[in-house]
Write a protein that binds this ligand. Structure first.
Ligand code: URA
Length: 273
């Protein structure tokens, strides 16, 4: 009996972890037994993490209809563009209900660090620790990121950190393209308000979203690109995500080279030409 109870509690915890944290009916419904729609699927772009992304995160199907999504993206753009400060942007995200990730997240995870530092890091999505604390990169990946920052003489007072999505995807899966698209107007405004001198993209999803590329992170890491939206011209360096480095310590060597490039480039930006 006790074993049954433990098993049921474990199942309940797993369901909450997956984002099913609300009962919506008294009887279970087998949705797999329901007839599948015969409507042809709308074409849509592949997910940013469709290949070579964050292996520990499961993939989620992009199943939202496109038109309402376009309306939501336009609404997001209007709201984000009306924000004059980072505080406005954070508050606007707090009110924005059209990204479904918000419904299953505990906290908005906006940013951490010093927006005036000139150095902006963009990761993929908050995980469980970040969701609990409302701060990006506070879990194991964050600890490694802190060490990498220390290696180039920086910390969270001399760097600014955010993600392409502002809420934790349930079960730690990668954000879908649609979720990333809904957050993108806020992210672009975020970058515009921060006006960084240099951007580091952590992992495939961030690189895919900001650089609009499907190239694998292994191919593009360590190569300078530039970010040119909203009148900006900011050097961008894609590199491995710290979570990947935790699983593949042999890749730390390359990441170290990338961080050295960041250090050197920042020094050259500081030196009057
Ligand atoms: N991974 C990310 O991409 N972002 C976080 O904030 C934490 C882990």
């Amino acid at each position: 009996m006790m074993e049954d109870r433990d098993a049921l509690l474990a199942l309940l915890r797993w369901q909450v972890e997956m984002g099913a944290d609300e009962a919506i009916g008294d009887a279970p419904v087998n949705r797999l037994a329901e007839p599948v729609s015969r409507e042809p699927a709308e074409p849509r772009s592949p997910t940013p993490a469709a290949s070579g992304g964050m292996p520990e995160r499961a993939r989620a199907p992009s199943s939202l209809p496109l038109e309402p999504v376009q309306e939501s993206v336009s609404a997001a753009r209007r709201i984000a563009d009306a924000c004059a400060t980072l505080e406005d942007l954070r508050a606007a995200l707090g009110e924005f209900d059209q990204c479904t990730l918000k419904a299953t997240a505990t906290n908005l995870v906006f940013a951490d660090g010093n927006p005036a530092s000139g150095l902006m890091f963009i990761g993929e999505a908050p995980g469980a620790d970040e969701d609990r604390q409302g701060t990006p990169f506070v879990g194991q990946s964050g600890k490694l990121l802190d060490k990498m920052l220390a290696a180039i003489g920086r910390d969270r007072r001399s760097a600014y950190i955010t993600n392409i999505t502002f809420w934790r995807p349930p079960g730690n899966r990668a954000p879908t393209t649609l979720e990333a698209e809904l957050c993108l107007p806020f992210l672009e405004r975020h970058i515009q308000l921060v006006q960084p001198r240099l951007i580091v993209l952590l992992g495939k999803s961030a690189a895919a979203t900001i650089l609009e590329t499907q190239e694998g992170i292994t191919r593009i890491r360590g190569k300078w690109r530039s970010y040119g939206k909203n009148g900006l011209d900011v050097p961008v360096l894609p590199t491995y995500h710290p979570a990947y480095l935790l699983r593949q310590p042999s890749a730390k060597r390359d990441a170290w080279q990338d961080f050295l490039k960041v250090k050197t480039r920042l020094e050259s930006l500081d030196t009057p030409q």
